[in-house]
Design a protein around this ligand. Structure first.
Ligand SMILES: *Cc1c(COP(=O)(O)O)cnc(C)c1O
Length: 427
């Protein structure tokens, strides 16, 4: 213990901050145990899918060029489909990020004259240009796909009457974002998403439902595809990549939807048959294998952060005690200085680039200046310990990740220390 305190002191974390953290952790034992139970189930789920599909060293071979007959790639897609309980999956390094995966899913399944509906308010920042809410070349709007939105009610619940009124004969696809993104609304549980899907399908049975599953994978024992989603979509440099995937995205869903996505991603006529794996299969398989426990560690970090900051008077979303449906923790710091100090702490705790100072910048795809702290092995990976947020009221940082609980804990303690050092907090 003294050894640990000495090392933490050398790294800049005071005994006072450490002790404050320990008090918080004492109260979290039961919650952490519940998270471990979910991880145990999800670990078995992934393992069973890998065993069923006879994953072997043959699957790890690199392919190049067209990538025809890529056994490892095709089998990884079967593993994903089995874990998400879907007919099909598209899991590719050629999908460059979550926004790209969502763009592929939307543009493959929406045609000119169709309408897209978001019944959960404004979608994630980068999706706004994809849809054409903010103008961009090649947006869905430019291709004649219209968009309609129903905001959440003031209490964060679904506006069922508004949604009923918004669904019309043009409504082809409904997009539901599970995680709050850069908003301070609640993240939806899979059960809530299931209720919304059932409602939408009761009004229009053939409407397609896509769930933006970013940051939600493996937080619960079920996924949106278990409650009626036609497609679930996410990024491999978030939860399902387990920190090892260096790039990639996934779309799991019905054969009808996913095969269209494959044609959109490559080319009509080519579809899922092409796309070399470039030697990335070992990290995509192993990352998926590790993902359930990595997600559990990240979730513990998020809960720890809320239990550290909320008693100090900062609003936390989710709050210190409520149940969790993604790995994101928003902490409203109330000022740009607060955001900078918090992010400095996360950066200083990183294994990579710990010596740099994060500053707000104009990031492509975002409307406001954004600050990002990330010292990640994979650039921009937010399953690794990271904090970011747009510089706008309520000056919330969105904290997420941590490949291990111990690292997440250290990072959060360091953020608190930097807030104290900046004179913003007095313990
Ligand atoms: C991260 C995220 C995205 C976009 O993913 P990128 O990989 O950053 O492009 C989309 N939606 C939500 C809810 C996200 O959290």
């Amino acid at each position: 213990m003294e050894q640990l305190l000495n090392l933490y002191a050398e790294m800049g974390i005071s005994e006072k901050v450490y002790e404050y953290g320990e008090q918080a952790i004492k109260k979290l034992e039961d919650r952490f145990a519940a998270i471990d139970k979910i991880a145990e189930y999800n670990q078995a789920k992934v393992l069973a899918a890998m065993q069923k599909n006879k994953v072997s060293a043959v699957c790890f071979a690199a392919t190049t060029g067209y990538g025809y007959d890529d056994v490892g790639r095709d089998n990884l897609e079967r593993v994903y489909a089995d874990v998400f309980h879907t007919e099909a999956a598209l899991v590719r390094p050629q999908i460059t990020c979550g926004t790209h995966a969502l763009t592929v899913a939307l543009s493959a399944n929406l045609l000119p004259g169709d309408e897209l509906l978001s019944p959960v308010g404004l979608p994630y920042d980068t999706l706004q240009e994809v849809i054409g809410i903010r103008q961009s070349p090649c947006s869905l709007a430019e291709y004649g796909v219209s968009y309609r939105q129903v905001d959440l009610l003031d209490d964060g619940t679904f506006d069922y009457e508004g949604i009923r009124a918004a669904i019309n004969k043009k409504t082809k696809l409904i997009t539901i974002q599970r995680s709050k993104g850069y908003a301070t609304r609640p993240t939806f549980s899979v059960t809530q998403i299931g209720e919304l899907i059932a409602f939408c399908k009761s009004i229009k049975p053939d409407v397609l439902i896509m769930v933006d599953n970013c940051y939600g994978e493996f937080v619960e024992t079920i996924e949106p595809s278990d409650v009626g989603a036609d497609m679930v979509v996410g990024s491999l440099i978030k939860n399902p990549g387990g920190g090892l995937a260096p790039i990639g995205g996934y779309i799991c869903g019905t054969t009808a939807c996913v095969s269209r996505c494959a044609f959109r991603l490559s080319a009509p006529g080519l579809g899922q048959e092409v796309g070399a794996n470039l030697g990335l299969m070992p990290s995509l398989y192993q990352g998926f294998f590790l993902a359930p426990t990595v997600v559990a560690g990240a979730e513990k970090g998020a809960i720890f952060a809320a239990n550290l900051y909320e008693p100090l008077g900062y609003r936390c979303v989710p709050n210190a005690t409520e149940s969790r449906h993604d790995i994101i923790q928003a902490v409203e710091l109330g000022s740009e200085e607060g955001m900078i100090a918090f992010c400095k702490g996360i950066q200083a705790a990183a294994p990579v680039d710990s010596f740099v100072t994060p500053l707000p910048w104009e990031m492509p795809g975002y409307n406001d200046k954004v600050i990002m702290a990330a010292g990640a092995f994979v650039q921009g990976s937010s399953i690794e310990l990271s904090a970011d947020g747009p510089i706008r009221p309520p000056y919330a940082v969105y904290f997420q990740g941590g490949l291990t609980w111990c690292h997440a804990k250290l990072g959060i303690l360091m953020s608190l220390q930097k807030m104290i050092d900046a004179g913003l907090i007095n313990l």
